[in-house]
Design a protein around this ligand. Structure first.
Ligand SMILES: [Zn+2]
Length: 429
């Protein structure tokens, strides 16, 4: 191995190895932030559920591969879908990830695994024949990288210590989301308000059949199949200054804007912050709905308090830390993010088309037994059985219908139904 001095001798412009090593050790020390958690709730209907799990390990038995999961499930028409999702979604996501991936590869594979996990959970729950549904806002914190997947309107916001508040989810509400309204209509759904006697229309925009206000959810087998479980996914990497996540059901967001929620609890430790956000929502609007809030502080390891004032030199980092890799649809959000300049955007995708979300695949999709596996439910497929996710899709840009990932016939049926191509076999009237 070449010594640092030798290198320096020949290339004066290179950083000496000793300095590099020192720098690396310092950054390794900074690699693992502290995570502080708070949670508070007020129940009205008993349909809000949450998950806090801080002991997950990418490599079982290796504590340096640990990550945390936080989730909110706001059920409707009963609590069965919320409970089922709480119990199964995490496992389904992890099952869709190959074993033995390093941290970076694992983080890169997460968005697709989240899509598979959401769809599998929905499919399994619907096969039970129960009619309830749920939102799902599912957050994975691995060191400084935050990955959020969501369907419905349980929002996750990020408050960086510079004072900028960004939303890491989109609200899948027909009333507020024009893109989703157009998608539902194009897939054969009708969007309109409830009509009462005399013809007057009341309440928020709903989707018919079913009358759901949300355009995406898990469960809900008695509404149109175009109410899909395909999550919006966003992945960001925080700066070493860290940040605060506030994950909450619409009991909070119907009362408070993202900015109001973040401001109401700044300076408080996580547990008091969660209580304060719930209190503030109740003060504003009263207890009209289940109201659940999780606060997650991701803070530098040697920093005791989450709310130290921002260092002034941060402004000099404009456009340095911010690197955008995703599509233009992120425009609004990335403008906000670039205004704070300390969050690196790694991934964003919100399409409701399964083929777009599962992508192209040349060499994965093969199980250890040598068979192909369904990209959604992970069952083994006989060579003749798998159907490429791209086969016959009008949206397909791939000229390779034999190219993976592959779906089993059940998941293929579900995919077609979600795209409005055919009615699903399972329906409750
Ligand atoms: Zn399948």
């Amino acid at each position: 191995m070449a010594s640092g001095e030798g290198r320096q001798h020949h290339h004066r412009d290179l950083v000496p190895l000793a300095a590099l090593l020192k720098r690396e050790m310092k950054s390794e020390k900074m690699e693992k932030p502290n995570v502080r958690i708070g949670q508070a709730a007020q129940s009205k209907k008993g349909e809000d559920y949450f998950l806090i799990k801080t002991d997950c390990q990418r490599v079982p038995g290796n504590s340096s591969t640990s990550f945390s999961v936080f989730a909110i499930y706001d059920g409707h028409n009963g609590n069965a879908a919320a409970i089922f999702t709480k119990e199964n979604l995490l496992n389904h996501v992890l099952c869709a990830l190959h074993r033995g991936l390093g941290r970076e590869e694992w983080l890169q594979a997460l968005p697709r695994a989240l899509v598979a996990g959401f769809v599998k959970t929905d499919k399994e729950f619907q096969s039970r024949g129960e009619t309830s549904g749920t939102t799902a806002t599912f957050v994975i914190v691995d060191r400084w990288t935050v990955t959020v997947a969501s369907v419905g309107d349980s929002r996750c916001i990020l408050d960086t210590q510079g004072g900028a508040v960004t939303t890491l989810t989109v609200d899948h509400r027909l009333e507020e989301n024009i893109e989703e309204r157009e998608r539902v209509t194009a897939s054969g759904g009708e969007v309109g308000r409830l009509s009462i006697v005399g013809g007057a229309e009341i309440g928020p925009l709903r989707c018919w059949p079913g009358g759901l206000c949300l355009s995406r959810s898990i469960g809900d087998m008695d509404v149109g199949e175009f109410i899909v479980p395909i999550p919006y996914v966003k992945q960001v990497k925080l700066s070493k200054a860290g940040g605060r996540l506030i994950i909450a059901s619409d009991g909070i967001w119907d009362a408070l804007s993202s900015e109001m929620a973040a401001k109401s609890c700044r300076g408080l430790p996580a547990q008091l912050a969660a209580m304060q956000v719930v209190k503030e929502a109740l003060r504003t609007r009263g207890l009209k709905d289940d109201t659940t809030c999780i606060v997650v502080d991701i803070i530098p390891p040697d920093n005791e308090l989450p709310s130290t004032p921002p260092p002034r030199k941060r402004n000099k980092l404009i456009d340095f830390f911010f690197r955008k890799k995703s599509r233009d649809s992120a425009g609004k959000l990335s403008k906000k993010l670039s205004a704070i300049n300390i969050v690196e955007e790694l991934f964003e995708e919100g399409s409701a088309m399964l083929a777009e979300r599962l992508g192209n695949d040349d060499n994965t999709g093969q199980s250890t037994s040598g068979l192909f596996v369904c990209a959604v439910c992970q069952v083994d497929l006989a060579p003749s059985e798998g159907i490429s996710v791209h086969a016959g899709s009008i949206f397909s840009t791939s000229s390779k219908p034999w190219q993976g990932p592959f779906l089993c016939s059940d998941c293929r049926d579900k995919k077609d139904a979600m795209e409005g191509k055919r009615p699903s076999g399972v329906k409750v009237s």
